[in-house]
Design a protein around this ligand. Structure first.
Ligand code: C2E
Ligand code: MG
Ligand code: MG
Ligand code: MG
Length: 289
C-alpha cells in the first residue's frame, strides 16, 4: 500500500517508525533515571490458600511511579528494560527489596509456615554467570530463609537454553530456594520438561481460569493440570480468579492456591500489611467472604 501511495505513504511510515524509536529512546533514558531516583516500587499480591483464603505469601510485582505519567505497569517498560540490559540492575533491586520486605512481615506476622515471597525472573537475569551466588548473597544479607523464596520463570524463559536452565535450577534448589513455572499452559514446553526441570509449583495461566464455570474445555484442562501436578508432587496456583463462580470451580478441582482479584489486587506495602493484620484478628482458617 505504501508503494501504491508513492512517496507520501513511505513518509507516513517513516514518521511512525521514527516516533516509535524516539519514544523507546526516551523511555530508556527515563528508566535509567528512575532507577537512580528511586521511582521503582513493588506491589504485593497475596497468594491464598483456596480452602479458606488464608494469605500464604505474596508475589512481588514491579511498578514505576513516574513523576509525570503516574504509575506505569511492567508490560509498558519491561520490554525496553530487556532490550537495553537495564533488566539486570532492576532485577537485582527487585530481589533485594522483595526479600527485605518479606523478612519484616515474617517477623511481624509469624506463621507455622513462614510467609513466602515470589519474585519474577527474566531470561537475561538467569543468564548472568553468578546468578546463584547473587541469590545466596541476598538471602544471607536479608536473613530470609531460602525456602521462603520462590523464583518464578515462564516456560519460554526456561526453554531459552534448557541444558543451562536445568543446571541453574538445580543450583538454586541446592540453596533451598523454590521454583515456580509461571503462566503455565501458554508456552511451548513439552511435558517431558516438567520431569527434567526441578519445579515446585505450577502457576496456571489466567486464560484457563477465566469463565471456568461456564467453559467445559477450560475445566477439563484445569482438571488435568491439577491431577498431573499432584502426581508429580507439585503445588498448583490458579492465576487471576475474579469471580465467586471461578473460585467455586477451582475449589471443586482441588486446586490448592489462588492469586487473583477476587481475593486481593496487587497492594502497596502498607495495604498488604493491613490485610495480614486483618487475617490475624479474624483468626486462622476462617473463610474470607
Ligand atoms: P505475572 O508474573 O504472570 O503476574 C501476574 C499478573 O497478573 C500481574 O500483572 C497481576 O497484576 C495480574 N493479575 C493478578 N490477578 C489478576 C486478576 O484477577 N485479573 C487480572 N486481569 N489480572 C490479574 P502485572 O503486575 O501487570 O505484571 C505483568 C507481568 O509483568 C507479570 O506477569 C510478569 O511477567 C512481569 N513482571 C512483573 N514484575 C516483574 C519483575 O519484577 N521482574 C520481571 N522480570 N517481570 C515482572
Ligand atoms: Mg509471576
Ligand atoms: Mg503469571
Ligand atoms: Mg503473565
Amino acid at each position: 500500500r505504501a508503494k501504491a501511495n508513492g512517496r507520501g505513504g513511505c513518509e507516513v511510515f517513516d514518521h511512525v517508525m521514527g516516533a516509535q524509536a524516539g519514544a523507546a529512546l526516551q523511555l530508556e533514558a527515563e528508566l535509567r533515571e528512575a532507577i537512580a531516583n528511586g521511582e521503582l516500587m513493588l506491589a504485593y499480591q497475596p497468594i491464598v490458600l483456596l480452602r479458606d483464603g488464608t494469605i500464604c505469601g505474596f508475589e512481588a510485582l514491579l511498578r514505576w511511579r513516574h513523576p509525570a505519567r503516574g504509575v506505569i505497569a511492567p508490560s509498558t517498560f519491561l520490554p525496553v528494560a530487556e532490550e537495553t540490559g537495564l533488566i539486570r540492575p532492576i532485577g537485582r533491586w527487585v530481589l533485594a527489596e522483595a526479600c527485605r520486605q518479606i523478612r519484616l512481615w515474617q517477623n511481624e506476622f509469624p506463621r507455622e509456615s513462614p510467609l513466602s515471597i515470589s519474585v519474577n525472573m527474566s531470561a537475561s537475569q538467569l543468564s548472568e554467570g553468578d546468578f546463584v551466588d547473587h541469590v545466596e548473597q541476598v538471602l544471607k544479607a536479608t536473613g530470609v530463609p531460602p525456602a521462603s523464596l520462590k523464583l518464578e520463570l515462564t516456560e519460554s524463559t526456561a526453554m531459552v537454553d534448557t541444558e543451562r536452565t536445568v543446571a541453574l535450577l538445580h543450583g538454586l534448589r541446592a540453596l533451598g530456594v523454590q521454583i515456580s513455572l509461571d503462566d503455565f499452559g501458554t508456552g511451548y514446553s513439552s511435558l517431558s520438561y516438567l520431569r527434567r526441570l526441578p519445579i515446585d509449583t505450577l502457576k496456571i495461566d489466567r486464560s484457563f481460569v477465566s469463565g471456568l464455570e461456564a467453559n467445559p474445555d477450560n475445566r477439563h484442562i484445569l482438571e488435568t493440570i491439577t491431577m498431573l501436578a499432584r502426581a508429580l508432587g507439585m503445588d498448583v496456583v490458579a492465576e487471576g480468579p475474579e469471580t465467586a463462580g471461578e473460585v467455586a470451580s477451582l475449589a471443586e478441582l482441588e486446586c490448592g492456591y489462588a492469586q487473583g482479584y477476587y481475593f486481593f489486587r496487587p497492594l502497596e506495602p502498607a495495604a498488604a500489611a493491613a490485610a495480614l493484620l486483618a487475617q490475624n484478628h479474624r483468626g486462622p482458617g476462617t473463610p474470607l467472604r
